[in-house]
Design a protein around this ligand. Structure first.
Ligand SMILES: CC(C)(COP(=O)(O)OP(=O)(O)OC[C@H]1O[C@@H](n2cnc3c(N)ncnc32)[C@H](O)[C@@H]1OP(=O)(O)O)[C@@H](O)C(=O)NCCC(=O)NCCS
Length: 198
């Protein structure tokens, strides 16, 4: 990773994922998934499977970059098909070496706006590992509430730990019909520049 991107940098730009980002995104997904600590993915998930799952429609993916280096990514997709498709599921990864610098907050805030612009009415996280204190603090600060606790639902290095279901309703986008189908091509703010790490 480019050291310049990790210096105290004022801005993180969030833009839609593009195929040229594949190497950078895979590096981050691999770093996160291989720990087995935050996502219910096989720790040895392969590049193609991971990238396909993260970026293939109906999922929409964005990347956060600073100084031209991809530092993290978000994915928004229907939480359920059919009658549950008005609720978004969100997923987020930040490169471990860039963690704690505001990239996750920028991605989360952006994803809430983008999901609303895409017509989703709420966002839900199905499996927030109860030991993932950083993520829980971040989601709570972005307005999510814990609506359920799944006993022992996550195997953390072989030990059962609880997982949280977190949820928040989305603010209707100004001037937009929240009932619009979730297939807009350019959700409001998708290419916006966010205030970033400090
Ligand atoms: C969770 C994750 C997305 C957060 O991204 P990040 O860039 O590290 O987070 P930020 O720097 O934006 O910090 C956001 C908040 O997390 C909290 N936080 C940061 N570091 C923390 C720590 N060490 N312990 C507890 N909370 C912490 C703070 O509330 C912070 O808010 P602040 O802006 O008031 O300081 C990122 O660490 C990550 O990718 N983790 C692995 C994958 C993962 O857990 N994804 C989410 C699954 S639900």
């Amino acid at each position: 990773m480019d050291a310049a991107a990790l210096q105290t940098t004022p801005e993180v730009r969030i833009r839609p994922y593009a195929p040229d980002d594949a190497d950078a995104l895979w590096a981050i997904l691999h770093a996160v998934f291989s720990t087995g600590e935050t996502y219910a993915y096989p720790t040895d998930v392969g590049r193609d499977e991971a990238l396909t799952g993260w970026t293939t429609p109906p999922a929409r993916a964005w990347v956060a970059e600073a100084a031209g280096t991809v530092l993290g990514s978000s994915r928004v997709m229907p939480n359920q098909p059919g009658q549950g498709a008005h609720v978004a599921n969100g997923s987020f990864v930040v490169a471990p070496e860039a963690a704690g610098r505001g990239v996750g907050r920028a991605l989360g805030a952006h994803a809430l706006r983008a999901a609303a612009a895409l017509g989703y009415r709420a966002m839900q996280f199905n499996l927030v590992v109860s030991t993932n204190h950083r993520a829980i603090a971040l989601w709570e600060s972005l307005g999510f509430a814990t609506v359920g606790r799944l006993p022992g639902a996550f195997l953390l290095h072989g030990e059962e730990v609880d997982a949280l279901v977190m949820h928040r309703r989305l603010d209707p986008p100004v001037g937009a019909d929240v009932g619009a189908p979730a297939d807009a091509n350019d959700p409001a703010g998708a290419g916006a520049t966010e205030s970033g790490p400090s």
